[in-house]
Each structure stands twice: as C-alpha cells, then as structure tokens.
Design a protein around this ligand. Structure first.
Ligand SMILES: Nc1nc2c(c(=O)[nH]1)N[C@H]1C(S)=C(S)[C@@H](COP(=O)(O)O)O[C@H]1N2
Ligand SMILES: [Mo]
Length: 369
C-alpha cells in the first residue's frame, strides 16, 4: 500500500526545492527541514508526514465520504459536490503528539522525532457540521468516528486508521473537511483528496484520506483512541488522551552552531503556539553564556520578545528578540512561550511513557566569536 512519495518542487522566482527529511521509509514518515520551519507558512512539499500504514491510492473522481451510524439518513458525498459547498480558510499549526520525543530521557518508544514534526499551513475546507446536519444525528450521539482509507494489521487484524472527536468538537465551525493546503489541492502524503482538520488539537485528530464519518452513542474504543495517543505514566497508568496542543515555541534563527559576532546585533526569532485556539501571550528569551555556570531555570535575565499578530486563532505567532552578545564563547539561547491561559513551557521535557506532548523551553547553542 505504500507508494513512493513524489514531492513536487516549487516553481517560479525565488522558489526553493523543499523535501521533508525522511525518518522511516515504510511507512513513509518525515520531518520538516529547519529552513522550511523558518517560513511564516510551511510549504506543503516540506511539511512533515506521519503515516501509520502508508499512503493509500486516491482518485478524486471515485472518492466518496459516507455519513452513517446513529443518523436519520445515511448518505455520501462526492468530491465535486464537496468542492461546490462553501469553504472556510484557516491557518493551522499541525503538530504530531510525539514531536520532540527524542529529547526525552530515557527516550520512549515511537518515532524519534526531534522538534520538527510540526508545521503551519493554510487549510481550506467545508465545515463538517454543514454535512453532519444533513444526516440528522441521533440526539444520543456523543462522538463522531472518522475513518481513513488506509489500514493495516493491528493485533493480527486488519484495522483502518480511525479517530473520534467529541460531538461538540466535530460540530465546531472550524472543524473542516479540508480539500486544499496552502492554496493547492491536498497532496497524497497529506491526505488527498480530503482530510479532516480539527484545529488546535494534536494532529492525530486530523484524519487523512477521509472516507467515513460515523455518529456513535457510546465513546469510541479504537486502537488509536484508547491504546495509543494516551499520556501514560511510569507505571503505564493512563492519564488521559492527547487532546489540545500544549504551549510551545521554536527558535528558527540563529541556526544551531552558527557563529555570531560579539558586539553585533543578532535577531533571535521563531514561532510560538498553543492549543484550543488560545493565543500566545508572551515569549521570553534568555541568552545563557556557558561561563555563567548558572542553572537557566533560576536565572534572571529573561527578556520579552516582540510578538507579531498571528494569522488567526490556530496559526503560530512569530516572535523576535534583538540580542547583542557581549562576551565571546558558547551560549545557549532559550525561548519560553506562555499562553493566555497562563500555561508556560516547562524547563525540561515532561516525561511520559509514550513520549507525547514534549514542550520544554526551546533551546539552541551558538558560538560568539
Ligand atoms: N488516515 C490517516 N490519518 C492520519 C494518520 C494516519 O496514519 N492515517 N496519521 C495522523 C498523525 S499521527 C498525524 S501527526 C497527522 C500528520 O499529518 P501530515 O502527515 O499531513 O503532516 O496525520 C494524522 N492523520
Ligand atoms: Mo502524530
């Protein structure tokens, strides 16, 4: 079922040939290259890819999305019919729940993502509730289960990729049946022809290659809902499913190990985001010189970065801080985002058995000469 991905190279003036950095070949998983993460919107051809079973073949001409389960009238829609409906466009940070796992000690099992299983793209799609309303949901509906066209063996049985959303989240006007990413039709690796986009949640919710939506009157217990994508503690005790994105930041400049000049102003910049549509309230930056010998957790000297206006409630917020290093030698630059709820990035990776929600203070090492 795995097709070799065929990444289109951006054309035109100033175009850059992007390709994600492969993490596994089969199924294909890849992370966003750092140069692409520095862009305000992540190019689709550079955007990280997370596949459990491989990319299923898709033909928009034959694609249908079936609505069934606890509904008055089961029905299906085709691609052309969906394209004719009103679309909404939203800039959305998509982050894999396992992003950053490789920073945890001991490193939990799972794909060894650094902090690059993330991107922000402009998705256009039809609000899911417009079609759900046509089906006439049973008043006892508690969740909607979304089914992808991909499947594979789990516990010895062929299992489709399926995830549910609580009814209120499924019916939220920003939950989209997305057909476009950054102004272009979805590419095969990102869920063509139609994927779900549930903004503000870990990206496991964003079912690709969507072919089914099923209303259910008791909570869904599929493997990707109740066995994987849970916060588990040291003893393996569940602490709950991954849901909304944790507050987080990324330093995109300067690059790691970049040589900077003493007495020269350097622009430290990056993105920050949180989940559930909660805005970023502040980003603070700390430049710790190696000789300071201070524990950065206790150090004073955090400076407020300047925030840009984000392109909507689910987009990331660009930030920057002008820094003029005074001493030569190695520095560690740290960035710490706080959201409007008051949640802030912890000093160190918050460990859990599967390595989800890893949002420690962002850090990059540079040398001043
Ligand atoms: N059908 C299907 N949808 C899926 C997945 C999958 O394996 N199959 N992976 C999920 C996970 S875990 C993530 S992080 C995102 C990744 O989206 P992307 O590959 O477009 O970046 O897709 C989600 N949707
Ligand atoms: Mo993921």
């Amino acid at each position: 079922m795995t097709a070799a991905p065929d990444f289109r190279v951006a054309q035109g003036p100033g175009a850059t040939a992007w390709a994600p950095e492969t993490v596994t070949d089969d199924p294909y998983n890849a992370q966003t290259p750092s140069a692409a993460l520095a862009q305000p919107l992540t190019p689709a051809g550079a955007f990280f890819v997370r596949d459990h079973f491989g990319i299923p073949p898709a033909d928009p001409g034959r694609w249908r999305l079936r609505f069934d389960g606890a509904v008055a009238t089961a029905f299906s829609v085709g691609y052309e019919e969906l394209l004719a409906l009103d679309h909404r466009e939203l800039d959305v940070v998509m982050e894999c729940a396992g992003n950053g796992r490789s920073l945890m000690r001991p490193t939990p099992p799972g794909l060894p993502w650094s902090q690059q299983a993330v991107g922000c793209a402009r998705f256009a799609g039809v609000p899911f509730h417009l079609l759900a309303d046509r089906a006439g949901l049973d008043p006892a509906t508690v969740e909607v289960v979304f089914t992808g066209a991909d499947s594979g063996p789990v516990h010895g049985r062929r299992t489709p990729f399926e995830r549910s959303l609580p009814l209120a989240a499924a019916r939220h006007p920003d939950t989209l049946l997305a057909t476009r990413m950054n102004g272009e039709p979805l590419t095969p690796e990102h869920g063509a022809p139609v994927r779900l986009v549930a903004p503000g949640r870990y990206a496991v919710a964003d079912v690709k290659w969507l072919i089914g939506a099923r209303a259910v009157t008791s909570p869904f217990t599929g493997v990707f809902q109740t066995e994987q994508y849970l916060y588990l503690d040291l003893r393996g005790t569940p602490e709950g499913p991954v849901t909304t994105l944790r507050v987080k930041s990324l330093i995109t400049e300067p690059a790691p190990d970049e040589d900077l000049r003493r007495g020269h102003e350097t622009l430290v910049r990056g993105h920050a985001w949180s989940g559930g549509g909660v805005p970023v309230r502040s980003v603070e930056v700390l430049a710790a010189h190696e000789d300071d010998g201070r524990d950065p957790d206790h150090v004073r000297g955090w400076h407020q970065a300047v925030l840009e206006a984000p392109a909507g409630p689910y987009a990331w917020t660009g930030w920057s801080y002008r820094w003029t290093p005074q001493q030569p030698g190695p520095y560690r630059l740290l960035a710490r985002a706080t959201d409007a709820r008051g949640d802030t990035q912890p000093p160190r990776a918050p460990w859990n058995a599967r390595g989800y929600g890893c949002n420690p203070v962002a850090s990059v090492e540079v040398v001043v000469v």
